[in-house]
Ligand binder design. Structure first.
Ligand code: SAM
Length: 374
């Protein structure tokens, strides 16, 4: 019988404990990295588990019954997450997105939302507090999340055609239940709602126009995401990427579209509006048009490792600082030092050699999206 080698959960990705500087300078809210980029956006993965097995993210062959997810003791508690979030906000973070895995699988998530909703930026403004979900249990949870202080949600939905959707999520989950979740989020006031569609050439690209038609006039912003080479297990191939320019071309065969200015610096999606007033769409072109230049995002994994880039191969172990009993001032100074040293711009570098993921030559394992958070 063949043996399966399972990596120990805590050793999955390299993550040295950050250095605490000798002089603890207080956060100014104005830190900048090596490329002059501020820290504005924090994505927090609250679980590495998901009830879907989308082949581009958590393919069934890898994430099967034998796969070892993180034990509960490894996860940051809600108190640990909100303590770190407060430190990040003091450094300039204005937006927090809860993600995963499937964030709504984390028990009692509303309690964490309520804690984060109390945070204020240095000038007293509440955070832009949002969550990305596959929508599978949103119909049941939308009201409680809104009551806890969540502002809005982004729902992932890759097709309207039920058989294509069931095949893509690979757990036979029906599209109708996700649409119900979106309706519940609208009713609870969790807007403006965004819907993310990952476009995979040959799999769901023929659903682009049907999706656009469905969400026109709904107030919901449909965003088309280029299939990315995240992680190491989805078997990514460049020929399965449908460039956003071609998505736009297909939409323009049906409706005139005009480009819109970004609403904030560092926005991932390029915005377009239907000229007939039917609403807005977004194009996220991380493969064909890298947007590292303005990237102001940090990612906190389920077990408290900080990653500077979606395509990183190693992180920074903040959980050890928390569990060693370090003070807020020490953790804050360590975080300031880590951000100041940041120079990641993977997608720009990959654009120079698009046929291969960059780390194939170094043998380093890139962090998986369900672990780091999308
Ligand atoms: N479970 C939640 C969900 O489904 O939205 C949150 C986590 S999921 C990793 C976040 C987002 O990443 C989803 O919109 C998903 O479609 C997207 N995603 C995952 N793998 C991707 C890939 N290889 N390329 C592009 N987007 C991807």
């Amino acid at each position: 019988m063949g043996e399966t080698v399972i990596p120990l959960a805590d050793l999955r990705y390299a993550a040295p404990v950050p250095i605490i500087p000798a002089v603890l300078t207080a956060p100014t809210g104005l830190i900048a990295d090596q490329l002059g980029r501020p820290l504005r956006d924090l994505r927090i993965s609250v679980t590495d588990r998901c009830n879907f097995r989308c082949s581009y993210c958590m393919p069934k062959e890898v994430f099967d019954r034998d796969y070892v997810f993180l034990p509960h003791s490894s996860l940051l508690s809600f108190e640990e997450i909100s303590r770190l979030a407060r430190i990040f906000v003091a450094h300039g973070v204005q937006k927090i997105r809860l993600t995963g895995g499937e964030p709504l699988l984390r028990k009692g998530l509303e309690a964490l939302v309520a804690m984060l909703a109390e945070l204020r930026t240095p000038d007293g403004t509440p955070l832009d507090l949002t969550l990305t979900t596959n929508g599978s249990v949103l119909a049941r949870k939308a009201r409680a999340l809104a009551d806890a202080g969540l502002k809005r949600v982004t729902v992932s939905l890759d097709a309207l055609d039920d058989s294509i959707f069931r095949r893509m999520n690979d757990v036979d989950f029906p599209v109708a239940d996700v649409l119900q979740g979106i309706a519940a989020a609208q009713a609870a006031g969790l807007g403006p709602i965004k819907v993310n569609m990952v476009v995979k050439r040959g799999t769901n690209d023929h659903e682009i126009v049907a999706m656009a038609r469905h969400f026109r006039h709904s107030g919901i912003v449909l965003r088309f995401i280029e299939y990315m080479d995240v992680g190491a297990s989805n078997g990514w191939r460049m020929d399965e990427v449908l460039p956003s320019a071609q998505v736009l071309g297909r939409l323009r065969e049906h409706w005139p579209l005009e480009s819109l200015d970004p609403t904030v610096v560092g926005e991932t999606a390029e915005r377009w509006r239907y000229s007939d007033g039917a609403g807005e769409i977004g194009l996220i072109s991380s493969v064909t048009q890298a947007f590292c230049r303005d990237c102001n995002r940090a990612r906190l994994s389920t077990e408290g490792k900080l990653f500077m880039c979606l395509f990183a191969t190693s992180g920074h172990d903040l959980r050890s600082l928390l569990r060693q009993g370090r003070s807020d001032a020490e953790i804050s100074a360590a975080l300031g030092l880590v951000w100041a040293g940041r120079s990641d711009r993977y997608s720009e570098l990959r654009a120079a050699q698009p046929a291969q993921p960059l780390d194939s030559s170094t043998g380093q394992r890139r962090v998986e999206m369900h672990y780091i958070g999308g």
